[in-house]
Design a protein around this ligand. Structure first.
Ligand code: ADP
Ligand code: AMP
Length: 217
């Protein structure tokens, strides 16, 4: 069955980590607007040039830009591949846009999984986060170190990087944006009985097990 799911939660909740595991285990595709925007910034496209300063400040990029990115990705994807929305939608306007985009591509939303986490833990998670510069695999200084120090478990790469916006000050702004603009979209999905809550404070593997249970229905 082709599934379309949203992983919702504040920065550092584990959306990217869990998306990666679902991609590997279920052949779904991760659609991360944050990753798409970072690629656009790196390539200095018009979208990247507009988004760069907003992202560095921890504020939200315009609804139109991110919804257009999602629309284009879904247009390029085969109908047989399920989608995991990671970091999108983040506002009510994006949630409404996603309904239209999914309908346009003959898809429907199956689950909204909210990863619940203590805010205090998020700063530590985000300031300790790093990724492989070659394949993008995610790591953490304390919670998920590579098996061999300095070598990516997945691709064997030796270059790692940290995000420009993963500092304590920006994290606070990103959390405030989440509380003000993203958490309020949950009732929109609650009304449609689409929301399942998963304890995002548990170990990474246990969070995956809990998500898989939701997906099995
Ligand atoms: P998000 O995509 O929601 O911003 P990430 O998946 O990048 O969050 O996770 C943030 C950081 O926390 C990463 O360094 C990741 O390795 C780590 N992490 C993710 N899930 C857990 C967990 N359940 N327990 C401890 N650390 C975690
Ligand atoms: P993320 O990788 O999800 O943590 O996103 C990093 C940054 O990209 C955010 O702080 C925003 O500036 C921007 N961004 C990512 N996704 C969205 C979105 N759906 N709406 C608005 N801004 C976004």
């Amino acid at each position: 069955m082709v599934m379309n799911i949203i992983l919702l939660g504040p920065p550092g909740a584990g959306k990217g980590t869990q998306s990666g595991l679902l991609v590997t285990g279920h052949g779904m595709r991760q659609l991360s607007t944050g990753d798409m925007l970072r690629a656009a910034v790196k390539a200095q496209t018009p979208v990247g040039l507009r988004a760069k300063a907003v992202m560095e400040a921890g504020e939200l990029v315009s609804d139109e830009i991110v919804s257009d990115l999602i629309d284009a990705e879904l247009a390029a994807m085969g109908a047989e591949t399920g989608a995991i929305f990671d970091g999108y939608p983040r506002t009510q306007a994006q949630a409404v846009a996603l309904d239209d985009i999914l309908a346009k591509h003959g898809r429907q939303l199956d689950h909204v999984i909210e990863l619940t986490v203590d805010e205090d833990a998020l700063v530590e998670r985000i300031t300790g986060r790093f990724t492989c510069g070659t394949c993008g695999e995610g790591y953490h200084d304390r919670f998920k170190q590579p098996a061999v120090e300095g070598t990516c478990d997945k691709c064997g790469g030796h270059e790692f990087k940290r995000r420009a916006d993963d500092n304590e000050e920006t994290v606070r702004t990103r959390m405030a944006e989440y509380r003000a603009k993203t958490a309020p979209i949950l009732p929109y999905y609650d009304e449609r009985k689409l929301v399942s809550r998963v304890d995002g404070m548990a170990d990474i593997a246990l969070v995956t097990t809990a998500i898989e249970k939701v997906l099995r229905g």
